[in-house]
Design a protein around this ligand. Structure first.
Ligand code: UD1
Ligand code: CA
Length: 457
């Protein structure tokens, strides 16, 4: 690995106006798999062992800087005050580049699907003697991308869509926006770029012709289109999300997760699912979910910020909200919502229930329609239920309240005071039966009906 011996600065360009996104915030803040686009780019750099990053920012600089934080990298921030093009943007990071690096890698904040492979390939090209290495891709639809003009293995020029001739527009080999430049020459080369083009911008892509004019060498290295898909519009954002999801689902399945209809399962950037978990169709994972081996996630479940232990079962139609922690073999069934609560191993919350701010012991059974009344309008309160307890259907547990191990709560109870271990709690009015009263009621109703009919005649 020659590339790893050379040091490297990555310059991430993210100062654009994001005009085409039609958004009140910078496009690099828009999430892919629940995480700002730019964080994905920083992750790829970190994975490629690149730890020095210069962020070129414009609008929302503070937010973008925060979104780009990553413990594996050190980043400096450079504000591009006027948006005069991608070459001008790189020069905003002049101070960082001038520190002296073997490799300067320029990458766009709007290509979140990039992985370590093309980054390493670009640097390998420099190590192999090129002065500029551009990562290209074969575009299914090249519209909008800069076209790579290659002859005999040499990259002659990159022509932007607006400046390209008819013949050049027919080229499908495109600039992925990822470029490695000899670090000792970078500032000089970029400084020579002019703005005589259709947009009147300083195009970084002109570095190819500039380096050739100085007797240097530029090459293009191909990468899969998917990795370099750029995000300029919301429609492209949706395409990127789809590609990200496909890639991650595939990886999970290869790692031993069963998905019956993978195209209907939506994952977050940090979803962790162990081997031998089964995920049925139409399941959504928000951020912060881990699922242990053998668990089954039935259809139409929505899970975020939750931990699901081995062999637990969720859904169909279950909602696990942040802080839900299910023990081994626990069950949360249809139309149940669990928030900030621990469901003990083997416990069952099977039907139509809300469990919020609660600790439920092992093997306890929570009957249909049970509600923890956790919120008094100002504060949240805890409900504790011991092990092997039984909560009868349609009970309201008014927190703060504790129910002991092995306790029974009669159906329809409103529990406002603690229930000791092994006690039975009746929190409802006692039932009374009136013998024969139904006959009287019926006769009275019939008489009233007859009277009404007569009055109407
Ligand atoms: C650019 C490339 C094009 C390539 C495509 C790949 C140029 C001139 N064109 O076009 O060859 O095929 O990316 O996706 O480089 N930015 C700044 N400051 C500026 C201008 C842009 O920071 O003054 C940033 C943007 O925030 C963005 C990136 O640079 O992250 C690229 O800019 P964008 O306008 O999206 O370029 P494209 O037209 O997509
Ligand atoms: Ca772009």
């Amino acid at each position: 690995m020659i590339a790893t011996k050379r040091n490297c600065l990555a310059v991430i360009l993210a100062a654009g106006e994001s005009t085409r996104m039609k958004s009140s915030r910078s496009k690099v803040l828009h999430p892919v798999a629940g995480r700002p686009m730019i964080a994905h780019v920083v992750d790829a750099l970190a994975a490629a062992g690149i730890s020095d990053i210069a962020l070129v920012l414009g609008r929302d600089a503070d937010k973008v800087e925060a979104a780009a934080q990553n413990p594996a990298v050190t980043s400096s921030v450079h504000i591009q005050t006027e948006r005069l093009g991608t070459a001008h943007a790189v020069l905003a990071a002049r101070e960082a580049i001038a520190k002296g690096y073997d490799d300067v890698l320029v990458i766009f904040g709007d290509t979140p699907l990039v992985t370590e492979a093309p980054l390493t390939a670009a640097r390998a090209g420099l190590a192999g003697g090129a002065d500029v290495v551009v990562i290209g891709f074969e575009a299914a639809d090249p519209t909008g991308y800069g076209r790579l003009i290659v002859e005999n293995g040499e990259l002659l020029a990159i022509r932007e869509q607006k400046d390209a001739s008819e013949a050049e527009r027919a080229i499908t080999y495109c600039n992925g926006g990822l470029m490695a430049i000899d670090g000792r020459k970078a500032l000089d080369l970029i400084g020579r770029i002019g703005n005589a083009n259709a947009k009147g911008e300083y195009y970084l892509t002109d570095i190819v012709e500039v380096v050739r004019a100085t007797g240097g060498r530029a090459i293009a290295v191909a990468a899969p289109e998917e990795e370099l898909t750029g995000c300029n519009t919301r429609a492209e954002l949706a395409v990127i999300e789809r590609l990200w999801q496909q890639r991650r689902r595939r990886q999970m399945m290869l790692d031993g997760v069963s998905m019956i209809a993978p195209e209907t399962v939506f994952l977050s950037y940090d979803t962790r699912i162990a081997q031998d978990v089964t995920i049925e169709p139409n399941v959504v994972f928000g951020p912060g979910v881990t699922v242990e081996s053998g668990a089954v996630i039935h259809s139409f479940s929505y899970i975020e910020g939750a931990h699901v232990s081995a062999d637990a079962e969720i859904g169909p139609y279950a909602r696990l909200r942040p802080g839900a922690r299910l023990g081994a073999g626990a069950k949360v069934g249809n139309f149940c919502e669990v928030k900030q609560a621990e469901i003990g191993a083997g416990a069952k919350v099977n039907h139509l229930t809300y469990i919020g701010d609660a600790i439920i012991g092992e093997k306890t059974n929570i009957g249909a329609g049970t509600i923890t009344c956790n919120y008094d309008g100002i504060n949240k309160h805890l409900t504790r239920i011991g092990a092997n307890a039984f909560i009868g259907s349609n009970s309201s547990l008014v927190a703060p309240v504790s129910i002991g191990d092995g306790a029974y709560v009669a159906s329809g109870s409103v529990i406002t005071t603690d229930v000791p271990d092994d006690a039975v709690a009746f929190g409802r009015a006692r039932q009374e039966n009136k013998e024969g009263r139904a006959v009287l009621v019926r006769e009275r109703n019939q008489a009233a009906k007859a009277a009404r009919k007569k009055a109407a005649e």
